[in-house]
Design a protein around this ligand. Structure first.
Ligand code: ADP
Ligand code: MG
Length: 201
């Protein structure tokens, strides 16, 4: 079973990964975006870590709700409301249980990625964060590491795609040949989950 501290460590590990990779995320957002994805997520997750240090929610659901709310209020770009919705919806699904099972988390993330798809209107293959989140969350039934690896593969698979949603879609065919920044950060989120679950962090 996973308690609030596990979820807090997941968010802190994600913040550390975003700190490490922020320049790269911004570089990926240069040719097909407006070069702010790294700084957007750095601002958002730094605020998430600060909020969790201040508030210390007692439940897994409480941690994810606070993280999601914080991302929505601090990130101006498209990714803020999308990641905020992912975490808030998952947090809502987990309710006020003090501990949740891996299967509870899998189901909550499955519902949450559906909420991201309805909010953003993107489909698989549109070259968005969904192209990493969907295969990643589908592999959660196998293991957290399998989910992280599938999300990494999903992010790489966005390179030959043409973007049909978000800023990158304005470029039409010129969006082809670049890795999507949001898919890349989604792989970081699931990588951090695997590190925390495996006890690496
Ligand atoms: P902005 O595009 O507003 O500058 P960011 O640079 O922070 O915001 O985030 C860009 C990322 O957001 C994209 O790489 C893509 O993965 C994701 N994204 C953008 N629009 C959508 C959408 N409609 N559905 C899903 N993901 C999206
Ligand atoms: Mg951007």
């Amino acid at each position: 079973m996973r308690d609030a501290d596990f979820f807090r460590r997941w968010m802190v590990a994600t913040t550390a990964a975003v700190e490490r990779e922020s320049d790269r995320l911004t570089e990926l957002d240069s040719p097909i975006g407006d070069a702010d994805h790294g700084s957007n997520l750095l601002r958002g997750f730094t605020a998430v870590r600060a909020a969790l240090n201040k508030d210390t929610p007692a439940t897994p659901g409480g941690v994810l709700l606070l993280a999601g709310r914080t991302l929505i209020s601090t990130v101006g770009g498209a990714s803020g409301p999308l990641y905020g919705t992912l975490l808030r919806r998952a947090g809502k699904d987990l309710g006020d249980a003090a501990e949740v099972s891996d299967e509870d988390l899998r189901q909550a993330l499955d519902a949450a990625v559906g909420a991201v798809a309805s909010l953003g209107g993107a489909a698989p293959g549109d070259k968005t964060m969904l192209d990493a989140l969907l295969p990643g969350i589908a592999a959660l039934g196998t293991s957290y590491r399998a989910a992280a690896d599938a999300a990494d593969g999903g992010a790489l698979a966005t390179v030959p795609m043409q973007a049909h949603k978000g800023r990158a879609s304005y470029l039409g065919e010129r969006s082809i040949g670049h890795q999507d920044p949001g898919a890349t950060s989604s792989a970081l989120l699931l990588g951090a989950l695997a590190d925390v679950a495996d006890g690496v962090l």
